[in-house]
Design a protein around this ligand. Sequence first.
Ligand SMILES: [Zn+2]
Length: 280
Amino acid sequence: MSWDVLAGLLETQKRRAMSGDPTVTLAPVSDTIRTSMPICRLCLQDRPLVEGHVLSEFLYDDLYDPERHKFLELHTDERKRNVRRSKGLYECLMCDGCDNRIISRYETYASQVLNGGVEIVTRDEPDRLVVTQLDYTKFKLFQVSLLWRSVVSTRDEFQTAIVQTRHAERMRQMLLHEDPGEPHEYGCLVMIPQIQNDLRRRLIMPPDPIKVGGHQCFRLLAGGLWWLYMVSSHTHAFELRDYFLAKNGTLHLLRETASTAFIHEFAAYLVKNPTFPKVT
Ligand SMILES: [Zn+2]
C-alpha cells in the first residue's frame, strides 16, 4: 500500500470522526488498519509494529503524581471522561527500527536539551530566551516528529491533527532520511507560556489547529513550552520565520505576551468546566 492511500484513509477517518457522523466510529476503522495494514507508518514496510508513545514519553515526566506515578487527562469536551493514566498516550505506529533507532535518536537529543545532558548556550533577554549551539538536524527533526506522529495517530486525542497528504509525506521523508529541510519547512515558533514554570511543565495539550496570519498552524503544549507549527507551502514568506530554529543552531524562545496567551484561554475553560477536576 502506498503512503498516499494510507494517508488518505487516515484523513478520511479523522474527518468523519470530527464531523460527528453517527454511522462512522473511529475504533472499527482503526482496528481494520491495524490488522489488515500492519505497515510501519515511517518506512512503510510490512514489519511487526511496536508500541510507542505518540508524543515522547519524557514530555510526561513532570506530569506524574510522584506518589502514584499517574497523571490526569482532562477534557474540555463534556462527553469525555477525565481519567488518571499511568503512562503517556501510546499506539503501534512504527516498527522497532524506526521507533527505537530513528525517532528515539531525535527524542534523546531533545530530552537532553530540555532537561540537561548536552551543552547548549542560553542568553536571557526581556522578550525571549536565545538558545545557541543546538544540533539543527536533531532538534528540527524532533520538532517535526511530534507533529507527524500526531498526524498519523488514530487515537481520539489526536483527531484534530489533520494536514494535507503532501505535508504528511514530506514530513515522513524528512524523518526517515534524516533530512531537516529548510528552517521554514514545518517551522516551529517555540514560546514560553506566561504561567509559572512548575505549572506549565505539568500540562500537555495535543496539537490544536489555528490560523496565524493566513497560515495553517498547530499549537501544542508540551515540556513546559508552546510549539506553534506552520504547515503551509508559503512559510518562506512568514514574517516571523527568523524565530524558527536556524541552521546555525540558534532558536529564539519567545516569552508569551497577552496577545498570545493561549494557555489562559485553556485554563479558563477548564475552570469553568463543571466536570473539572472530576477524575475517574
Ligand atoms: Zn519502520
